[in-house]
Ligand binder design. Structure first.
Ligand SMILES: Nc1ncnc2c1ncn2[C@@H]1O[C@H](COP(=O)(O)OP(=O)(O)OP(=O)(O)O)[C@@H](O)[C@H]1O
Length: 262
């Protein structure tokens, strides 16, 4: 990575303990502008906990995080969202019975102007549907014809598309995706990977947590390897094979010391 480019999101020395379990053990993290950074690691390595700390879902016991060089202290995912970090969780957090448009705006609905406090104002359904349609079409998701359609009637890939479009629509700085292709078939995974590339092409840096090595090696610019609660190394997919990456994350291969600073 070019030494003159400053990372957009960093963490230094994050520690998170759950009773006797140390989920994060002085973990570091760096995300650079415009990149897709994959985070890989064995089960229980602490990937989800790292991502939860970065997205405000858990607060670390120790360590510091910075966004655009400024210290951040998130007390909730709402804080992280307000700072421009959007997360697409594994369980998607979509409401199946609500429409695509309603899901896009869940928790931040547009309301019509009025004299009463914002909670009492009428929802501006037309504006939400228009914006939802624009956002989905920007990302080439116009196969979803009916914006008023309930999310439960969509395929897994389409649902993931809505979740990604929502993150892309509201995330101004960083998008974090936790296993976005885990529950999808080959064709649907393909579309979601294309979507991730589209979001990147629009200049948005992405953190991608995945166990799927072919997907990681296809889309990632760099790969953060997490092991035993901390960052073991960062590699470029062009410099290593998938088996090397797996060997590193399972401890079968030791990282050369210079790799840890990549
Ligand atoms: N809420 C919690 N309470 C207790 N222990 C937890 C909690 N969350 C995570 N842990 C523990 O912290 C460690 C790291 O878990 P984490 O989910 O971050 O790992 P991971 O790398 O995301 O794993 P996986 O790939 O299996 O999802 C594990 O030992 C896990 O059991």
């Amino acid at each position: 990575m070019n030494a003159t480019v400053q990372p957009i999101l960093t963490a230094r020395g994050l520690v998170k303990r759950y009773g006797r379990v140390t989920a994060l053990d002085h973990a570091d993290f760096d995300l650079y502008p415009g990149e897709i950074l994959a985070v890989i690691g064995d089960n229980g390595a602490g990937k989800s906990t790292l991502i939860k700390a970065l997205s405000g879902a858990v607060s670390a016991d120790e360590g510091e995080m910075r966004l655009d060089g400024k210290p951040i202290h998130f007390r909730s995912p709402m804080d992280a969202r307000a700072a421009g970090i959007e997360t697409v969780y594994q369980n998607l957090a979509l409401s199946p019975a609500l429409s695509i448009a309603d899901n896009m705006f869940l928790g931040r609905e547009l309301r019509k102007p009025g004299v009463l406090g914002s909670v009492f104002r009428m929802l501006d359904r037309t504006a939400m549907e228009k914006t939802a349609r624009e956002k989905l079409s920007e990302l080439g998701l116009m196969t979803i014809q009916n914006i008023g359609q309930a999310v439960e009637t969509l395929s897994g890939g389409q649902r993931q598309g809505v979740a990604v479009a929502r993150a892309a629509a509201f995330g101004s700085k960083v998008i974090i995706m936790d296993e976005p292709t885990a529950a999808l078939g080959v064709k649907e995974s393909r579309r979601v990977l294309d979507l991730i590339q589209d979001v990147k092409a629009r200049g948005m840096p992405i953190v991608l947590i995945s166990h799927n090595m072919p997907h990681v090696f296809e889309v990632a610019d760099r790969i953060h390897i997490h092991r035993l609660g901390r960052r073991l190394a960062v590699i470029k997919p062009s410099d290593y094979t998938m088996s090397d990456a797996v060997a590193l994350m399972t401890g079968a291969m030791k990282p050369p010391t210079e790799m840890a600073a990549a």
